[in-house]
Design a protein around this ligand. Structure first.
Ligand SMILES: Cc1cc2nc3c(=O)[nH]c(=O)nc-3n(C[C@H](O)[C@H](O)[C@H](O)COP(=O)(O)O)c2cc1C
Ligand code: SF4
Length: 402
């Protein structure tokens, strides 16, 4: 079904990136106007769209949940607190009008009169305000700059920031889809999710499903960085091989010691497994990873996986809101034990310490930050197990022994 007759739907893997750049006129020439009425939850459900903000939650369920309560608020989340992700910023520079379309469509679906677009990148705030200013919508869209920290984009943290409180996650007992911004039911979607909504509302679920896998249809944006000659943001279908994503960034799988998939809350895929791994749930689950927000970071052969991972764990331990036990006590101790392993302290109890701490923190925080950090550390201990043994003997497989 083509909802915008007469215009060619983007066919290959350049869907979001088929956008002509910022500006309303070129956007309308390329994609056509929005239909005045679409049954959005139905379209989104048939398309099988899942959120691109990290958790991969089915978008139709969230839309229906907020719509059922009525008079909602919509938030486009481009906070992108993940240090190795650049896809939201890139999307907002390349296709801001698609994101705004997504805000307009979802606002109509949940009966919202107000929407927010949040970013932690000061350099794009004015650009976004200009792009919003080009639209003559009855929907009031406000661009809000949030703090640049890892947890700022967590949805309850965003709601707190928009309510004028510190932008930190809060208790999970009240969900934002029940009571969020101005105490109204709030739909938080990643901006990439919103841009996909804009396209599938025009070109339909059949078109949307024409690439990707049955379970995970469509394309996603992947930020490929680290030890690659040409880092960048690439749009690819779900199910794409990890090797071809690396190739897009000019990197051969042989040059990768390991690849971090899914970001700092994700997991390592060992270099030897890259060739057989696809960017899909079923393939990545073997490594405890998921596509998440599309982060792919390559560890070169000249870097120590333990040293790099300890730095990530330390960063994550410093990003906490200091509100919950696992973050106050568990994450710093886990990061400290991993750091001492990375420094080649010859104390075998450090391995137990890391595992004990990571088991203790899971499921205990108000938000998923401790769980995500524990997942990353578990993967580090698995993938770099040989390196752990070498470090306990005072050596390092990569750097010269001291
Ligand atoms: C610690 C933490 C940080 C998060 N940061 C972001 C973020 O920067 N951007 C984002 O879109 N979602 C982020 N999320 C996920 C959001 O809470 C929320 O699930 C998401 O914005 C929903 O959008 P989606 O359904 O389109 O994926 C984060 C979650 C956690 C636990
Ligand atoms: S679990 Fe950690 S990051 Fe999440 S709210 Fe509690 S202290 Fe903050």
């Amino acid at each position: 079904m083509t909802i915008a007759p007469g215009l060619a739907a983007p066919t290959d893997t350049r869907r979001l990136f088929a956008a002509p750049g910022p500006g309303l006129r070129d956007h309308l020439d390329t994609f056509g106007p929005l239909a005045s009425y679409v049954d959005l939850p139905d379209l989104v459900e048939r398309a099988g769209l899942v959120g691109r903000g990290g958790a991969g939650f089915p978008s139709a369920r969230k839309l229906r949940g907020v719509a059922a309560k009525g008079h909602g608020v919509v938030v486009g989340n481009a906070s992108e607190g993940e240090p190795v992700s650049d896809k939201d910023r890139t999307l907002l520079l390349a296709a801001p009008q698609l994101v705004i379309d997504g805000l307009v469509l979802t606002a109509r679906a949940v009966g919202a009169r107000r929407a927010y677009l949040t970013t932690a990148r000061p350099e794009i705030v004015e650009h976004l305000r200009e792009q919003v200013g080009l639209r003559a919508e009855s929907l009031r869209i406000e661009v809000v700059q949030v703090e640049d920290r890892f947890v700022s984009g967590e949805e309850s943290a965003l709601v707190n920031a928009l309510n004028g409180r510190p932008g930190l996650p809060s208790d999970r007992s009240v969900r934002v889809y029940e009571r969020g911004v101005h105490r109204r039911p709030t739909l938080v979607h990643n901006v990439e999710t919103l841009a996909h909504v804009a396209l599938l509302a025009r070109f339909g679920p059949h078109w949307f499903r024409s690439v990707g896998t049955d379970d995970e249809p469509g394309t996603f944006l992947s930020t490929v960085s680290g030890a690659v000659p040409a880092p960048g943001v690439f749009e690819v279908p779900f199910g794409t091989s990890l090797g071809s994503l690396l190739a897009a960034a000019g990197c051969s799988p042989h040059d990768a010691q390991a690849v971090l998939v899914g970001g700092y809350h994700g997991a390592w895929v060992p270099g030897r497994a890259v060739a057989g791994t696809r960017m899909s749930k079923s393939s990545l689950v073997t490594h405890g990873a998921s596509v998440g927000a599309g982060v792919v970071a390559v560890l070169g052969r000249d870097r120590c996986g333990l040293v790099e991972s300890a730095a990530v764990a330390t960063y994550l331990a410093e990003q906490v809101a200091g509100q919950c036990g696992p973050c106050v006590n568990g994450l710093p101790r886990m990061a400290d034990a991993l750091t001492r392993l990375a420094r080649r302290e010859r104390d075998p109890r450090l391995v137990d310490d890391v595992h004990r701490m990571r088991q203790l923190v899971v499921g205990r925080g108000a938000c998923a930050h401790p769980d995500g950090t524990a997942r990353f550390v578990a993967s580090t201990m698995r993938v770099f197990a040989d390196e752990v043994a070498v470090h306990l003997g005072g050596g390092c497989g990569v750097h010269a022994a001291r």
